[in-house]
Design a protein around this ligand. Structure first.
Ligand code: GDP
Ligand code: MG
Length: 444
């Protein structure tokens, strides 16, 4: 059953104008979808009011000229675009920069609740700084749990970055002293990994205020676990009130969380989202982009992010052509082989498909290892050009011939065709989502 935004879209199907009644009907589904994505209640209310204002009375059924011909914009498309743009607007303006200090090492103070991902994210940021040619120093200011100090040391060793820890010092003194250590180590960035509690409490807040006063960090970054959902807003407002944070980092977005908390925190604190944590390993930190998160909250999957992945591996024109082809569900067995090759370069297909939460589980048989790829290539190579372009022409006799030609069983050929058809179906489903084609780069 269609839920949330999909349901909302269906309610506008076949209309030529977006009437107030139709909008209200659709907005009811959207309210539920946003609440389910962990957007705070107040923020949902404001969002719905803004979309309503923009959507009612819109003339739809417009035709948009693009370099590839004329696209028809349906009322559903239009409505979803309004929602999408409004979500993006709420999450902007984008500011993923960190302040740097020209006179002394740049200070970055990490704060947040216990388990939110502070230590992990400290390591991820250090790795980023290293790639920018900087020399980071990590400071183990979570002195209450010996395991926490050890965890930071392990990350430091992994990155080849010095870690400063010292027993017998209170965190504010320790952080202050870290500045001398940074001088000795010739470090130009200091990352302070502070302690967290299970809930906000007075001693924690006071300690953080003292650290802030002692080292005057250039950046105070709040690390928030996307899984804590609605509670994230309360946490963020309190940290911001006490410490005046510069921005926040939402972690564990590789899990089920839809990330609505990001929208709420931004809207309520007014502070920018800097980065998103997408996994446990050190390279899993992404700069915040509103398009990606807006589609995720909408439940459409990260089509723009997908396009960027493609662009890194093939040239842009080719990527555009490929994506259009895939999304229209119209691709040949040659394209199928090319896609498997491309996807293998990009990482497992499963990971790729996670960017499409709307479509749920990855269909069976979508993982291909190198051996399978070799086999698929052998089979496809044994087909004629016409058969590759139009696999539906492969009747029993042809399948037998192809199997013989490639030295495989007929069953292998049939399995390949099944996988091909399944992939084509999924891709077509993605392409059918409203507005997606019109959001491809270069298509306005
Ligand atoms: P801290 O108590 O705030 O320092 O949190 P940690 O950095 O120790 O992280 C707590 C747990 O969350 C650890 O098991 C991390 O591996 C995990 N974690 C942190 N960031 C992410 C993320 O972006 N994705 C996932 N899946 N796990 C994360
Ligand atoms: Mg920690």
């Amino acid at each position: 059953v269609a839920k949330g935004f999909k349901a909302a879209r269906n309610k506008l199907k076949g209309r030529t104008e977006i009437t107030a009644d139709a909008v209200d009907d659709a907005l009811r589904d959207i309210r539920v979808a946003l609440l389910e994505a962990d957007v705070a209640f107040d923020v949902v209310k404001r969002f719905v009011a803004r979309v309503r204002e923009k959507a009612v009375g819109e003339v739809v059924e417009t035709k948009v000229k693009t370099e590839k011909g004329t696209l028809k914009v349906t009322p559903q498309d239009h409505f979803i675009k309004i929602c999408h743009d409004e979500l993006e607007a709420l999450m902007g303006p984008v500011d993923t920069s960190l302040k740097t200090n020209s006179k002394r090492p740049t200070g970055v103070m990490m704060v947040g609740l216990q388990g939110s991902g502070k230590t992990t994210t400290t390591g991820k940021l250090a790795s980023r700084f290293l790639k920018e040619g900087k020399k980071p120093l990590l400071v183990a200011a979570d002195i209450y749990r010996p395991a926490a100090v050890e965890q930071l040391k392990v990350l430091g060793a992994q990155l080849g970055v010095p870690v400063y820890s010292e027993e017998g010092l209170k965190p504010p003194e320790l952080c202050k002293k870290a500045q001398d250590v940074a001088f000795r180590e010739k470090a130009n960035v200091i990352l302070y990994d502070t302690a967290g509690r299970l809930a906000i409490d007075e001693p924690l807040m006071e300690e953080l205020e003292q650290i802030k006063a002692a080292v005057a960090p250039d950046n105070i970054l709040l690390v928030c676990d996307a899984m804590i959902g609605q509670d994230a807003v309360k946490t963020a407002s309190e940290f911001d009130r006490r410490l005046a944070i510069d921005g926040f980092i939402l972690t564990k977005l590789d899990g089920d969380a839809r990330g609505g908390a990001a929208l709420s925190i931004k809207e309520i604190t007014g502070k920018p989202i800097k980065f998103l944590g997408m996994g446990e390993s050190l390279d899993r930190l992404e700069e915040f982009r509103p398009e990606g998160l807006a589609s995720r909250i909408l439940g459409f999957g990260d089509i723009v992010g997908l396009m960027k992945d493609f662009e890194q591996h093939v040239d842009e024109d080719q990527a555009k052509k490929d994506a259009e082809k895939i999304l229209s569900g119209d691709f040949s067995l040659d394209d199928f082989v090319n896609q498997i090759r491309l996807v293998r370069k990009m990482g497992p297909l499963g990971e790729l498909m996670e960017k499409f939460p709307l479509f749920g589980e990855l269909p069976e048989g979508f993982q291909f290892d190198d051996k399978q790829l070799t086999r698929i290539v052998a089979i496809v190579d044994s087909m004629t050009r016409t058969e590759r372009q139009r696999p539906d022409t492969l009747n029993d006799a042809r399948i037998r011939r192809v199997a013989k030609g490639s030295g495989r069983d007929e069953k292998d050929v049939r399995d390949l065709l099944k996988q091909y058809n399944a992939m084509r179906a999924v891709m077509r489903q993605i392409g059918d989502a409203p507005g997606l084609l019109s959001r491809l780069p270069g298509v306005k």
